[in-house]
Design a protein around this ligand. Structure first.
Ligand SMILES: NC(=O)c1ccc[n+]([C@@H]2O[C@H](COP(=O)([O-])OP(=O)(O)OC[C@H]3O[C@@H](n4cnc5c(N)ncnc54)[C@H](OP(=O)(O)O)[C@@H]3O)[C@@H](O)[C@H]2O)c1
Length: 221
């Protein structure tokens, strides 16, 4: 199964690409420019090829990413809506996972959510109406995610209106050691996942950590 990442050159997309490649997925980093995607791939290969067996990621432009089996959106939020609108035809019937958060950084350095009428994930669904949208990976800090040899012990909350998208996203999450997928309800609930990221960032700043999410009370705790 090939996973392509729109905007995979950023810290979040590149870190996730590394984890997915380590888990054995054929992974592609997409960019508006091929050169930038190639530079991101080179960065990952230089760091991890000598340390992880069969580690490989490929590079392409965003339009080609949309040909992958699964597409992850890792651009800033506004760009995500515009990019998926342009690729709407190619994304038809495809599982598309948004990890986008819409936040503002306040003057004092803290973060607040920008809560609109809908979440970014729902706006992406509107841009690509025939895509099977899921919303996930919002709460994994890129820094920790990118340290591929350090286990990242977190829960990944997933919202989707499509059973298939929920199941496939869950199995992708599970393929990364120590991550646990949690069904967090329909896509309309993504607004709370996206907004909660600002709380985590404020906690991270206060305690100088990379705060993430762990749900208690589940049977397999
Ligand atoms: N950073 C984190 O810890 C983290 C964790 C979880 C979720 N997220 C979310 O994941 C997303 C990516 O985060 P990030 O920190 O990696 O962001 P970023 O570095 O600001 O952006 C990622 C990539 O998006 C592309 N991009 C930027 N502006 C664009 C535009 N106008 N049109 C199309 N593409 C554009 C760029 O790729 P090219 O120039 O190569 O096209 C850029 O490298 C965000 O929505 C963020 O909220 C971040």
């Amino acid at each position: 199964m090939e996973i392509g990442i729109l905007g995979g050159t950023g810290n979040a997309g590149r870190a996730l690409a590394g984890r997915l490649a380590k888990a054995g997925y054929k992974t592609t980093i997409g960019s508006r420019t091929l050169k930038k995607a190639e530079a991101a791939v080179e960065k990952l290969h230089t760091l991890w090829k000598p340390r992880i067996e069969n580690f490989s990621v490929s590079a392409c432009e965003n339009a080609q990413v949309a040909e992958a089996d699964i597409v992850i959106v890792a651009t800033p939020p506004k760009a995500a809506i515009a990019t998926t609108k342009t690729l709407s035809k190619q994304l038809s019937k495809k599982i598309v996972i948004s990890m986008c958060n819409d936040l503002v950084q306040n003057e004092g350095g803290g973060f607040s959510p920008k809560i609109g009428k809908v979440s970014i994930a729902e706006a992406i669904q509107d841009s690509a109406p025939k895509a099977l949208l899921a919303s996930a990976f919002h709460h994994l800090p890129a820094k920790q995610l990118g340290e591929l040899e350090t286990p990242i012990k977190n829960d990944v909350l997933i919202c989707s209106d499509f059973e298939e998208a929920l199941a496939v996203t869950s199995s992708i999450v599970q393929s990364i050691k120590n991550l646990r997928p949690i069904n967090a309800g329909p896509l309309s609930n993504s607004v709370s996942l996206e907004a909660f990221t600002s709380t985590l960032l404020n906690i991270s700043t206060s305690y100088q950590i990379g705060a993430s999410v762990k749900i208690t009370g589940l049977q397999n705790d």
